[in-house]
Design a protein around this ligand. Sequence first.
Ligand SMILES: Nc1nc2c(ncn2[C@@H]2O[C@H](COP(=O)(O)OP(=O)(O)OP(=O)(O)O)[C@@H](O)[C@H]2O)c(=O)[nH]1
Length: 776
Amino acid sequence: MLRITRKFPVNALKSSILCHEHVYFRKTKFRIISVTQQNCNLRNYSSPPGDVKSLRSVINPHISRIRNIGIMAHIDAGKTTTTERMLYYSGYIRTLGDVDDGDTVTDFMVQERERGITIQSAAVTFDWKDYRINLIDTPGHVDFTVEVERCLRVLDGAVAVFDASAGVEAQTLTVWRQADKHQIPRICFLNKMDKNNASFTYAVESIKQKLKAKPLLLQLPIGEAKTFRGLVDVVTKEQIIWKPTSDLDDGKNFEQTLLLEADDPSLFQEVQDARNALIEQIADLDDEFAELVLGEYSENFDLIPADKLQSAIRRVTLAQKAVPVLCGSALKNKGVQPLLDAITMYLPAPNERSYEFLQWYKDDLCALAFKVLHDKCRGPLVFIRVYSGSLKPQSAVYNINKSCTERMSRLLLPFADQQIEIPSLLPGNIALTVGLKQSATGDTIVSSKASAVAAARRAGRGAAGEKSAGDVESLLLAGVEIPDPVFFCTIEPPSMAKQQELDNALSCLQREDPSLKVKLDPDTGQTILCGMGELHIEIIHDRIKREYGIETYLGPLQIAYRETIINASQATDTLDKTVGDKRHLVTAELEVRPRLGERATTKPVIQYAASVIEGLPKELQGAIENGITNSCIQGPLLGFPVQDIDVTVQSLTVHPDTSHTMVSACVSRCMQKALKKAGIQVLEPLMNLEITVSEDHLSAALADLAQRRGSIQEIQSRQDNRVVVASVPLAEMMGYSTVLRSLTSGSATFTLELASYQALNSQEQSALLQRRMGLV
Ligand SMILES: Nc1nc2c(ncn2[C@@H]2O[C@H](COP(=O)(O)OP(=O)(O)OP(=O)(O)O)[C@@H](O)[C@H]2O)c(=O)[nH]1
């Protein structure tokens, strides 16, 4: 496990077994599929969410009233706690859950509650002041980055949560980059303002420096750390002070008044300055607002109406020219209601985002499956975001990726571990479907094959003939990029009789989690599990046990190395085989070269000599490329993927009766020969490591790092802590969390992220070879 500071006051009782049952609520006429807990003292989820009625009265709100929002951040910044407060203030839960007590709504997996971390993203739907908010709480741990990525695909906006005492942390940078990639407008929420070393100024500065973003300070805190008690809205100059009622401090009770100079002259001046700075900043970024400021209000910025300023902030945020910054303390129940207001006010509605593909579908259904959950009773539950057209239960839909028609039986609105059955779903919304058996994460769903073909025709025309009318591929909404796993290990069932069950469990888990890879070792026949980190594999192992009832044995965790070639080389091979009355005869000559420049891709670049490519049938070309790509999956030295090579097919002679399979086999064998001749270099994953450690324990952490072939790039100061930025081979990091915990008395945290692959020196390479061959 990579994260080490969290203390878990979770007792055995709280690791409840969750089981599904169907509960009917006649009053609301909704069937609420709920989760009950056995043997535990957690919140009772079998009661309906507080405001189901409002969900029913507006099943499909006007698109301008929908916000599809993600919550993203570094691990532990407070995403789940903030989400829990949002659900509470919006009326959907009646008691506040706590991550540390393991009873939040969105962290509903047993492992999440036990460990106090988010593993799966959870989608919740709730209403806030006439707005429908579909909110996704994403994991912060680097092992679950793919989960974040696939959620970002369907979001229109995001709230980036920061620990105000730490500012921008390692994983914040990763999720921020992901949001940049998907061009998602954001709001920053500086959480944990109650912490001892919380600093609004420090956190804002780190947003500027590290994220290179332009923060728009929409609030100023009133007090910091222990004295934090409220905030001032810079736009309206209103102060919001939270006041606990006599018996309850749930944050519902706050006073909102205009800040007067007499209240606090220095704060008043600070707010005045901040408002003027904000106005100047927005005027620089928005021409419409600039005109207003220079014209009508040039003499006195104070007279600029709040709504004019808010509209300009919205335009700037939507155009991603700057990010609004708000602050609060989710745990102490402060600042979350204004954050909800800001979500509705400054983040886009679905129809304010531009998607090129919408014009191809017009009013036809176009939706994206972005997450799959396996439910023992109901089979796969597929989360879908509708972009155009409408989705209805008991209807057939066409999956473009799988080229198949599927029947959807039911449509549900997700309320974390409860779902509400609905009769239809219109554009901009997110829902769960029951009955889709083939659809997986990233698939594009339309109403029928004919509709896909019609859309393809429109797409072809739109692109001025660049795309052929029948090119259905162009209609696929971009999939999720999945990084290669860095760890693997064997997994074995308790007996051969259980192998089939294990295979089934693994295939279900893979549909849910595309970053989990499963393969067969061709030599031993063992099943190999490949994952993004130690925690990822640990969680999968645990889920197989708890959810599928199979006690499996994991082999030692191993590093996924890579292979590459040192020199260029050529090889020729001939395959001559008679099968039945057919003679298969093929001769191939290939050249392989190390690729310079672009690095770290296992996809070989394939070229053809002019004499080969001329008149080469497409199917034969496919067979050649199959052979080349297959031989790169398992390198000739240790069987690891081969990266960064260029291949040229110099010549190819094929006897007329030869099958394509034989061509592939010959090319593959020829490739192996050429690769061996070229000399193999083993590459190991090099990780970016960031350790946050107190001054007292810094030298112990550094000394340990030196023994791990670590190279220190920078030591930064973060409030009272030091942050060590280093790169270190993954092979040296096995079990690091335990070591660091004992070296620093549990006070340090670290994150580990794949940076690149680096060559092993010859001694390390031969030692690894010997280990792999079982010689040492
Ligand atoms: N002091 C303080 N602690 C907070 C605040 N918000 C959350 N926490 C604590 O921070 C820890 C992490 O909170 P979570 O809400 O689980 O954070 P997260 O970002 O969802 O964590 P992951 O999902 O594991 O990435 C818990 O111990 C919370 O009680 C806050 O406003 N102030």
